[in-house]
Design a protein around this ligand. Structure first.
Ligand code: G4P
Length: 290
């Protein structure tokens, strides 16, 4: 299951980001809390050196709370400010302002020494596709989203959303590219739906997800589909097909349909809050997940 990203697309995105980063004080990086490493491109660390950094563990509502805590710690230990949020409901967003002030305190102090008063902090949202950048900007900026002059001939400059007197947000998020060198990373991105299903073998993916779930979250498949978690992943998929009446001509298992149901229910959180990767060194710590 090899997934290719277009080098041309990548180079252009990187160049754009290098330009945009020059204009800002703070990078707000969104990652998917279910796969906080696989959903980030570590090149941002190089691109954003010298900038204040805030990592948002977005979609924290879909991830396991115990692991949200551990990932928060992990990123803090790397020197980032971190917050878990749900951009869809807005949970966690009201803490951001205080954290931004804290993350940019050196810049604020530098300005003060130079006699510059009240220069707003300029921030930019970055992340790979589908982590929730637009949802975040819409929820966080809310009604302040009214932009100015985005018409041909009016201005070619960057558009900023003024959130308050202390903070301005670049209106367009920076799109990072996922890194696929490791096939496990590609798979995790596929589980959460960040790679188009058409280019994937959904059945193969489902079998691996079933194996992961029964090992790391024992009981949830039984609870959701009433199936046995013993046996092979294939027998579990057949169990789901039986439970959800995914049958061709009334008797053959429709693996594609059953796989689709499993992936949909996982992605939308119906199977519960599940984290798919763990910080290095803590991988074996998941026995007490439930
Ligand atoms: P992007 O700009 O980074 O590409 O991502 P976008 O905001 O389009 O969000 C991608 C999907 O993730 C959307 O779902 C969005 O609603 C969902 N999402 C964003 N943040 C959160 C969050 O914190 N929690 C949860 N549970 N979902 C989140 P969609 O299915 O594409 O759209 P919709 O059906 O929700 O409208």
């Amino acid at each position: 299951m090899i997934v290719q990203w277009y080098p041309g697309h990548m180079t252009k995105a990187k160049r754009q980001m290098q330009e945009d980063i020059k204009l800002i004080d703070l990078i707000i990086e969104l990652v998917d809390a279910r796969i906080p490493l696989s959903s980030r491109n570590p090149d941002i660390d190089e691109l954003g050196k010298n900038k204040s950094r805030l990592v948002l563990l977005n979609k924290a509502d879909l991830a396991d709370e115990k692991w949200n805590e551990k990932w928060t710690q992990y990123f803090q230990e790397k020197g980032f400010y971190v917050l878990k949020v749900n951009s869809k409901s807005g949970a966690g967003l009201k803490l951001i302002q205080g954290i931004i002030q804290e993350a940019c305190k050196e810049k604020i102090e530098r300005d003060r020494r130079r006699g510059i008063k009240n220069r707003p902090i300029r921030a930019m949202v970055v992340g790979i596709p589908n982590v929730g950048k637009s949802t975040f900007i819409n929820s966080y900026a809310g009604k302040a989203c009214a932009k100015t002059g985005n018409k041909p001939g009016v201005t070619k400059g960057k558009q900023w959303i003024r959130l308050n007197k202390n903070l301005e947000l670049l209106d367009t998020p920076g799109i990072l590219w996922p890194k696929f060198e490791d096939q496990e990373v590609g798979k995790r991105l596929a589980y959460i739906g960040s790679i188009k299903d058409e280019i994937l073998n959904l059945e193969e993916l489902s079998l691996e997800l079933l194996d992961f779930l029964r090992n790391n979250y024992p009981g949830i498949l039984n609870q959701r589909f009433g199936i046995s978690e013993e046996g092979t992943p294939l027998s579990m998929l057949e169990g789901i097909a039986d439970a959800r009446k995914c049958l061709i001509r009334g008797s053959e298992w429709d693996y594609a349909k059953a796989s689709g149901i499993l992936m949909d229910e996982f992605r939308s959180g119906k199977l519960g809050r599940i984290t798919l990767e763990y910080p290095e060194g803590l991988e074996d710590n998941h026995e007490d997940n439930q």
